[in-house]
Write a protein that binds this ligand. Sequence first.
Ligand SMILES: [Zn+2]
Ligand SMILES: [Zn+2]
Length: 408
Amino acid sequence: MGTDIVTNHSDMAPDRTPLVNTNRYLKRKVNEQVNYYYVKYDYPGLVWRNAVIFAVLHALYLYGFYLSLFSETWSCWLFVYTYAVFGGLGITAGAHRLWSHKSYKARLPLRVFLMLCNCIAGQNDLIEWCRDHRLHHKASETDADPHNSNRGWFFAHIGWLLQRKHPKVLEMGKKLDLSDLYADPVLRFQKSLYWPLALWFGLILPVSVCHLYFGESLWDSLCIGVWRYVTSLHCTWFVNSAAHIWGTQDYDTNIEPRESGLVSLGALGEGFHNYHHTFPYDYSTSEHGGYINFTTMFIDFMKFVGLAHSLRSVNQEMIERRRARTGMVVDKGNLAADRYVNEKEDKPDEVFTRPSSSVCNRRLSRKRALDINDNTLDGLYGKEFQPIDLENDQQRLTETKEVVKYLL
Ligand SMILES: [Zn+2]
Ligand SMILES: [Zn+2]
Protein backbone atom coordinates (compact mmCIF):
# COMPACT_ATOMS: atom_id res chain seq x y z
CA MET A 1 0.00 0.00 0.00
CA GLY A 2 2.89 2.30 0.81
CA THR A 3 4.33 1.67 -2.65
CA ASP A 4 1.01 2.65 -4.24
CA ILE A 5 0.92 5.97 -2.50
CA VAL A 6 4.45 6.81 -3.53
CA THR A 7 4.44 5.61 -7.16
CA ASN A 8 1.14 7.37 -7.89
CA HIS A 9 2.68 10.67 -7.08
CA SER A 10 6.40 10.40 -7.72
CA ASP A 11 5.92 10.88 -11.47
CA MET A 12 4.61 14.34 -10.68
CA ALA A 13 8.09 15.33 -9.51
CA PRO A 14 8.86 17.97 -12.17
CA ASP A 15 5.82 20.01 -11.17
CA ARG A 16 6.09 22.03 -8.00
CA THR A 17 2.47 21.86 -6.87
CA PRO A 18 1.98 18.08 -6.63
CA LEU A 19 5.31 17.70 -4.87
CA VAL A 20 4.29 20.15 -2.18
CA ASN A 21 0.92 18.49 -1.94
CA THR A 22 2.38 14.98 -2.05
CA ASN A 23 3.81 15.48 1.38
CA ARG A 24 0.47 16.72 2.67
CA TYR A 25 -1.23 13.78 0.96
CA LEU A 26 1.18 11.30 2.50
CA LYS A 27 0.80 12.93 5.89
CA ARG A 28 -2.96 12.53 5.66
CA LYS A 29 -2.65 8.92 4.47
CA VAL A 30 -0.30 8.09 7.33
CA ASN A 31 -2.72 9.66 9.79
CA GLU A 32 -5.63 7.74 8.30
CA GLN A 33 -3.71 4.49 8.70
CA VAL A 34 -2.72 5.32 12.26
CA ASN A 35 -6.34 6.17 12.96
CA TYR A 36 -7.48 2.87 11.45
CA TYR A 37 -5.23 0.79 13.68
CA TYR A 38 -5.96 2.99 16.64
CA VAL A 39 -9.70 2.54 16.23
CA LYS A 40 -9.48 -1.15 15.42
CA TYR A 41 -7.18 -2.33 18.17
CA ASP A 42 -6.81 0.25 20.91
CA TYR A 43 -9.86 2.41 20.95
CA PRO A 44 -13.06 0.91 19.56
CA GLY A 45 -15.47 3.32 21.29
CA LEU A 46 -18.36 3.34 18.79
CA VAL A 47 -21.34 5.16 20.30
CA TRP A 48 -24.13 2.81 19.24
CA ARG A 49 -26.89 5.14 20.42
CA ASN A 50 -25.73 7.92 18.08
CA ALA A 51 -25.14 5.45 15.23
CA VAL A 52 -28.74 4.19 15.47
CA ILE A 53 -30.17 7.72 15.81
CA PHE A 54 -28.27 8.95 12.73
CA ALA A 55 -29.24 5.84 10.73
CA VAL A 56 -32.95 6.41 11.49
CA LEU A 57 -32.68 10.15 10.81
CA HIS A 58 -31.04 9.52 7.43
CA ALA A 59 -33.72 7.00 6.46
CA LEU A 60 -36.45 9.56 7.23
CA TYR A 61 -34.34 12.22 5.52
CA LEU A 62 -34.40 10.28 2.24
CA TYR A 63 -38.22 10.16 2.29
CA GLY A 64 -38.34 13.85 3.30
CA PHE A 65 -36.03 14.66 0.38
CA TYR A 66 -38.35 12.79 -1.98
CA LEU A 67 -41.34 14.74 -0.58
CA SER A 68 -39.50 18.04 -0.95
CA LEU A 69 -38.97 17.31 -4.65
CA PHE A 70 -42.31 15.82 -5.65
CA SER A 71 -45.16 16.44 -3.25
CA GLU A 72 -44.48 19.27 -0.83
CA THR A 73 -46.56 22.43 -1.40
CA TRP A 74 -44.70 25.62 -2.34
CA SER A 75 -45.88 27.44 0.76
CA CYS A 76 -44.65 24.62 2.99
CA TRP A 77 -41.33 24.49 1.14
CA LEU A 78 -40.88 28.24 1.58
CA PHE A 79 -41.66 27.97 5.28
CA VAL A 80 -39.22 25.08 5.79
CA TYR A 81 -36.45 26.86 3.87
CA THR A 82 -36.90 30.11 5.82
CA TYR A 83 -37.02 28.18 9.08
CA ALA A 84 -33.77 26.41 8.12
CA VAL A 85 -32.09 29.78 7.48
CA PHE A 86 -33.14 30.96 10.96
CA GLY A 87 -31.69 27.75 12.43
CA GLY A 88 -28.51 28.32 10.41
CA LEU A 89 -28.13 31.84 11.78
CA GLY A 90 -28.43 30.41 15.28
CA ILE A 91 -25.23 28.50 14.50
CA THR A 92 -23.29 30.93 12.29
CA ALA A 93 -24.20 34.37 13.70
CA GLY A 94 -24.88 33.02 17.21
CA ALA A 95 -22.87 30.00 18.34
CA HIS A 96 -19.94 30.66 16.02
CA ARG A 97 -19.30 34.35 15.43
CA LEU A 98 -20.91 35.82 18.55
CA TRP A 99 -20.31 33.35 21.35
CA SER A 100 -17.34 31.20 20.24
CA HIS A 101 -15.19 34.00 18.83
CA LYS A 102 -16.71 37.15 20.38
CA SER A 103 -16.20 38.82 16.99
CA TYR A 104 -19.03 41.30 17.68
CA LYS A 105 -21.32 42.27 20.55
CA ALA A 106 -25.10 41.85 20.57
CA ARG A 107 -27.79 43.48 22.68
CA LEU A 108 -30.14 41.33 24.73
CA PRO A 109 -33.02 41.03 22.19
CA LEU A 110 -30.60 39.82 19.50
CA ARG A 111 -28.93 37.38 21.91
CA VAL A 112 -32.32 35.93 22.87
CA PHE A 113 -33.34 35.70 19.20
CA LEU A 114 -30.09 33.92 18.26
CA MET A 115 -30.39 31.58 21.24
CA LEU A 116 -33.89 30.54 20.09
CA CYS A 117 -32.65 30.15 16.49
CA ASN A 118 -29.91 27.95 17.90
CA CYS A 119 -32.57 25.68 19.44
CA ILE A 120 -34.01 25.19 15.93
CA ALA A 121 -30.61 23.89 14.73
CA GLY A 122 -30.45 21.17 17.41
CA GLN A 123 -26.64 20.93 17.59
CA ASN A 124 -26.26 20.73 21.39
CA ASP A 125 -26.55 23.66 23.74
CA LEU A 126 -24.53 26.78 23.00
CA ILE A 127 -22.00 26.37 25.79
CA GLU A 128 -21.14 22.83 24.67
CA TRP A 129 -20.99 23.88 21.00
CA CYS A 130 -18.66 26.80 21.79
CA ARG A 131 -16.42 24.60 23.95
CA ASP A 132 -15.96 22.11 21.09
CA HIS A 133 -15.37 24.92 18.62
CA ARG A 134 -12.84 26.78 20.72
CA LEU A 135 -11.00 23.52 21.18
CA HIS A 136 -11.12 22.94 17.43
CA HIS A 137 -9.33 26.27 16.88
CA LYS A 138 -6.88 25.81 19.73
CA ALA A 139 -5.85 22.28 18.75
CA SER A 140 -6.60 22.08 15.02
CA GLU A 141 -5.55 18.85 13.35
CA THR A 142 -4.27 17.24 16.53
CA ASP A 143 -5.70 14.48 18.74
CA ALA A 144 -7.30 17.17 20.90
CA ASP A 145 -9.30 18.53 17.93
CA PRO A 146 -12.84 17.08 18.31
CA HIS A 147 -13.14 16.68 14.50
CA ASN A 148 -9.49 16.30 13.55
CA SER A 149 -9.46 16.29 9.73
CA ASN A 150 -6.18 14.36 9.69
CA ARG A 151 -8.23 11.33 10.68
CA GLY A 152 -9.94 11.39 7.30
CA TRP A 153 -12.93 13.02 5.68
CA PHE A 154 -15.52 10.72 7.24
CA PHE A 155 -14.25 11.26 10.76
CA ALA A 156 -14.17 15.06 10.36
CA HIS A 157 -17.67 15.05 8.87
CA ILE A 158 -19.81 12.74 11.03
CA GLY A 159 -17.49 10.04 12.41
CA TRP A 160 -16.47 12.17 15.38
CA LEU A 161 -20.07 12.04 16.62
CA LEU A 162 -20.24 8.26 16.25
CA GLN A 163 -17.13 7.57 18.28
CA ARG A 164 -16.17 8.22 21.86
CA LYS A 165 -14.12 11.37 22.27
CA HIS A 166 -10.36 10.97 22.15
CA PRO A 167 -8.93 11.21 25.70
CA LYS A 168 -6.97 14.32 24.63
CA VAL A 169 -10.23 16.07 23.65
CA LEU A 170 -11.65 15.45 27.12
CA GLU A 171 -8.42 16.49 28.80
CA MET A 172 -7.95 19.73 26.84
CA GLY A 173 -11.67 20.55 26.84
CA LYS A 174 -11.63 20.76 30.64
CA LYS A 175 -8.78 23.27 30.55
CA LEU A 176 -10.62 25.82 28.38
CA ASP A 177 -11.82 29.04 29.95
CA LEU A 178 -15.59 29.22 29.41
CA SER A 179 -16.30 31.77 32.13
CA ASP A 180 -17.54 34.38 29.63
CA LEU A 181 -20.14 31.90 28.36
CA TYR A 182 -21.37 30.98 31.83
CA ALA A 183 -21.56 34.70 32.65
CA ASP A 184 -24.22 35.23 29.98
CA PRO A 185 -27.70 34.61 31.51
CA VAL A 186 -29.11 33.82 28.04
CA LEU A 187 -26.71 30.89 27.69
CA ARG A 188 -27.32 29.68 31.23
CA PHE A 189 -31.07 29.76 30.58
CA GLN A 190 -30.69 27.78 27.35
CA LYS A 191 -28.45 25.19 29.02
CA SER A 192 -30.89 24.64 31.88
CA LEU A 193 -33.88 24.11 29.55
CA TYR A 194 -32.11 22.85 26.45
CA TRP A 195 -34.09 19.70 25.68
CA PRO A 196 -37.62 21.17 26.07
CA LEU A 197 -36.54 24.21 24.01
CA ALA A 198 -34.86 22.14 21.30
CA LEU A 199 -37.81 19.74 21.05
CA TRP A 200 -40.29 22.60 20.81
CA PHE A 201 -38.42 24.82 18.31
CA GLY A 202 -36.64 22.06 16.42
CA LEU A 203 -39.42 19.49 16.14
CA ILE A 204 -42.92 20.18 17.50
CA LEU A 205 -43.37 23.74 16.19
CA PRO A 206 -42.18 23.24 12.58
CA VAL A 207 -43.94 19.86 12.22
CA SER A 208 -47.20 21.32 13.60
CA VAL A 209 -47.06 24.31 11.26
CA CYS A 210 -46.57 22.07 8.20
CA HIS A 211 -49.40 19.81 9.36
CA LEU A 212 -51.93 22.41 10.54
CA TYR A 213 -51.32 25.32 8.13
CA PHE A 214 -49.98 23.74 4.94
CA GLY A 215 -52.13 20.60 4.83
CA GLU A 216 -49.31 18.04 4.96
CA SER A 217 -50.08 14.76 6.76
CA LEU A 218 -48.48 14.37 10.18
CA TRP A 219 -46.07 11.68 8.90
CA ASP A 220 -45.05 13.77 5.87
CA SER A 221 -44.60 16.85 8.08
CA LEU A 222 -42.30 14.85 10.34
CA CYS A 223 -40.16 13.59 7.44
CA ILE A 224 -39.96 17.10 5.95
CA GLY A 225 -38.83 18.35 9.38
CA VAL A 226 -36.14 15.66 9.52
CA TRP A 227 -35.08 16.53 5.97
CA ARG A 228 -34.52 20.15 7.04
CA TYR A 229 -32.66 19.13 10.19
CA VAL A 230 -30.32 16.61 8.54
CA THR A 231 -29.59 18.96 5.62
CA SER A 232 -28.58 21.73 8.03
CA LEU A 233 -26.40 19.26 9.97
CA HIS A 234 -24.53 18.31 6.79
CA CYS A 235 -24.09 21.99 5.87
CA THR A 236 -22.37 22.54 9.23
CA TRP A 237 -20.34 19.32 9.00
CA PHE A 238 -19.01 20.23 5.55
CA VAL A 239 -17.20 23.15 7.20
CA ASN A 240 -15.33 20.65 9.39
CA SER A 241 -14.67 18.14 6.62
CA ALA A 242 -14.63 19.61 3.09
CA ALA A 243 -13.39 23.06 4.15
CA HIS A 244 -10.48 21.39 5.96
CA ILE A 245 -9.47 19.21 3.03
CA TRP A 246 -10.40 20.69 -0.38
CA GLY A 247 -9.76 24.22 -1.58
CA THR A 248 -6.98 26.79 -1.58
CA GLN A 249 -4.87 28.06 1.30
CA ASP A 250 -4.79 31.71 0.30
CA TYR A 251 -3.73 33.12 3.66
CA ASP A 252 -1.71 30.42 5.43
CA THR A 253 -0.29 27.27 3.90
CA ASN A 254 0.93 26.04 7.28
CA ILE A 255 -2.60 25.16 8.38
CA GLU A 256 -5.03 22.70 6.81
CA PRO A 257 -8.28 24.75 6.53
CA ARG A 258 -9.22 25.76 2.98
CA GLU A 259 -11.23 28.37 1.10
CA SER A 260 -14.43 26.83 -0.24
CA GLY A 261 -17.08 28.96 -1.94
CA LEU A 262 -19.36 25.96 -2.36
CA VAL A 263 -19.36 25.18 1.38
CA SER A 264 -20.02 28.87 2.04
CA LEU A 265 -23.17 28.76 -0.07
CA GLY A 266 -24.61 25.95 2.07
CA ALA A 267 -23.24 27.21 5.39
CA LEU A 268 -24.33 30.86 5.06
CA GLY A 269 -20.78 32.15 4.53
CA GLU A 270 -18.70 29.86 6.75
CA GLY A 271 -16.67 28.11 4.03
CA PHE A 272 -13.83 30.63 3.75
CA HIS A 273 -12.06 28.59 6.31
CA ASN A 274 -8.38 29.31 5.65
CA TYR A 275 -9.15 32.96 6.26
CA HIS A 276 -11.22 32.15 9.33
CA HIS A 277 -8.50 30.06 10.98
CA THR A 278 -5.95 32.76 10.12
CA PHE A 279 -8.07 35.62 11.48
CA PRO A 280 -10.65 33.95 13.79
CA TYR A 281 -11.75 37.23 15.37
CA ASP A 282 -13.06 38.77 12.12
CA TYR A 283 -16.88 38.99 12.36
CA SER A 284 -17.16 38.33 8.63
CA THR A 285 -15.00 35.12 8.66
CA SER A 286 -13.79 36.14 5.19
CA GLU A 287 -12.92 39.03 2.94
CA HIS A 288 -16.26 38.58 1.19
CA GLY A 289 -19.71 39.87 2.03
CA GLY A 290 -22.81 39.72 -0.16
CA TYR A 291 -24.99 36.78 -1.06
CA ILE A 292 -22.23 34.23 -0.52
CA ASN A 293 -21.77 35.40 3.07
CA PHE A 294 -25.34 35.74 4.23
CA THR A 295 -24.36 35.78 7.92
CA THR A 296 -22.23 38.89 7.37
CA MET A 297 -25.21 40.58 5.70
CA PHE A 298 -27.35 39.64 8.68
CA ILE A 299 -24.85 41.02 11.23
CA ASP A 300 -24.42 44.21 9.18
CA PHE A 301 -28.19 44.65 9.16
CA MET A 302 -28.35 44.07 12.93
CA LYS A 303 -25.72 46.76 13.33
CA PHE A 304 -27.80 49.07 11.14
CA VAL A 305 -30.87 48.61 13.39
CA GLY A 306 -28.74 49.04 16.50
CA LEU A 307 -28.83 45.49 17.87
CA ALA A 308 -25.18 44.65 17.13
CA HIS A 309 -22.09 46.72 17.78
CA SER A 310 -18.28 46.53 18.19
CA LEU A 311 -17.81 44.46 15.03
CA ARG A 312 -14.19 43.32 14.79
CA SER A 313 -12.43 43.04 11.46
CA VAL A 314 -8.96 42.92 9.93
CA ASN A 315 -7.63 45.77 7.81
CA GLN A 316 -6.80 45.10 4.19
CA GLU A 317 -3.10 45.89 4.58
CA MET A 318 -2.73 43.29 7.30
CA ILE A 319 -4.52 40.71 5.15
CA GLU A 320 -2.22 41.45 2.19
CA ARG A 321 0.88 41.22 4.35
CA ARG A 322 -0.22 37.88 5.74
CA ARG A 323 -1.18 36.61 2.31
CA ALA A 324 2.26 37.57 1.02
CA ARG A 325 4.09 36.06 3.98
CA THR A 326 2.33 32.73 4.43
CA GLY A 327 -0.32 32.49 1.69
CA MET A 328 -0.41 30.03 -1.15
CA VAL A 329 2.33 30.89 -3.62
CA VAL A 330 1.93 27.94 -5.94
CA ASP A 331 -1.44 28.38 -7.58
CA LYS A 332 -2.37 28.05 -11.21
CA GLY A 333 -1.48 31.63 -12.06
CA ASN A 334 1.84 31.58 -10.29
CA LEU A 335 2.78 28.29 -11.92
CA ALA A 336 2.36 30.02 -15.28
CA ALA A 337 4.41 32.91 -13.99
CA ASP A 338 7.16 30.59 -12.73
CA ARG A 339 7.22 28.79 -16.06
CA TYR A 340 7.69 32.16 -17.74
CA VAL A 341 10.60 32.93 -15.46
CA ASN A 342 12.16 29.48 -16.03
CA GLU A 343 11.98 29.81 -19.77
CA LYS A 344 13.33 33.34 -19.66
CA GLU A 345 16.27 32.21 -17.56
CA ASP A 346 17.10 29.31 -19.88
CA LYS A 347 16.83 31.33 -23.09
CA PRO A 348 17.40 34.97 -22.18
CA ASP A 349 17.46 36.19 -25.79
CA GLU A 350 14.09 34.79 -26.83
CA VAL A 351 10.81 36.64 -26.40
CA PHE A 352 8.19 34.72 -24.44
CA THR A 353 4.53 35.46 -23.94
CA ARG A 354 3.93 37.09 -20.59
CA PRO A 355 1.42 35.53 -18.21
CA SER A 356 -2.08 37.03 -18.20
CA SER A 357 -2.63 40.45 -16.67
CA SER A 358 -4.50 38.94 -13.69
CA VAL A 359 -1.40 36.93 -12.82
CA CYS A 360 0.74 40.03 -13.11
CA ASN A 361 -1.70 41.98 -10.95
CA ARG A 362 -1.64 39.29 -8.32
CA ARG A 363 2.13 39.29 -8.32
CA LEU A 364 2.13 43.05 -8.11
CA SER A 365 -0.25 43.09 -5.16
CA ARG A 366 1.98 40.56 -3.39
CA LYS A 367 4.94 42.73 -4.15
CA ARG A 368 3.25 45.86 -2.82
CA ALA A 369 2.49 44.03 0.37
CA LEU A 370 6.15 43.11 0.66
CA ASP A 371 7.17 46.73 0.13
CA ILE A 372 9.61 46.04 -2.68
CA ASN A 373 10.27 49.21 -4.63
CA ASP A 374 10.90 47.95 -8.15
CA ASN A 375 7.63 48.07 -10.07
CA THR A 376 8.59 46.26 -13.24
CA LEU A 377 7.47 42.71 -13.74
CA ASP A 378 11.00 41.44 -14.42
CA GLY A 379 12.37 43.15 -11.35
CA LEU A 380 9.55 41.66 -9.36
CA TYR A 381 10.26 38.15 -10.57
CA GLY A 382 13.95 38.62 -10.04
CA LYS A 383 13.39 39.34 -6.37
CA GLU A 384 10.57 36.95 -5.63
CA PHE A 385 11.45 33.98 -7.76
CA GLN A 386 13.29 31.11 -6.15
CA PRO A 387 14.43 28.11 -8.21
CA ILE A 388 12.53 24.90 -7.63
CA ASP A 389 14.47 22.85 -5.13
CA LEU A 390 13.87 19.42 -6.64
CA GLU A 391 16.64 17.73 -4.72
CA ASN A 392 15.25 18.90 -1.43
CA ASP A 393 11.71 17.83 -2.37
CA GLN A 394 13.03 14.44 -3.46
CA GLN A 395 14.81 14.12 -0.14
CA ARG A 396 11.61 14.92 1.76
CA LEU A 397 9.71 12.40 -0.35
CA THR A 398 12.26 9.68 0.44
CA GLU A 399 12.01 10.45 4.14
CA THR A 400 8.22 10.30 4.01
CA LYS A 401 8.42 6.97 2.16
CA GLU A 402 10.47 5.58 5.05
CA VAL A 403 7.86 6.74 7.56
CA VAL A 404 5.04 5.18 5.54
CA LYS A 405 6.95 1.88 5.24
CA TYR A 406 7.59 1.87 8.98
CA LEU A 407 3.96 2.53 9.84
CA LEU A 408 2.34 0.13 7.39
ZN1 LIG B 1 -12.09 24.63 11.21
ZN1 LIG C 1 -14.41 29.35 14.23
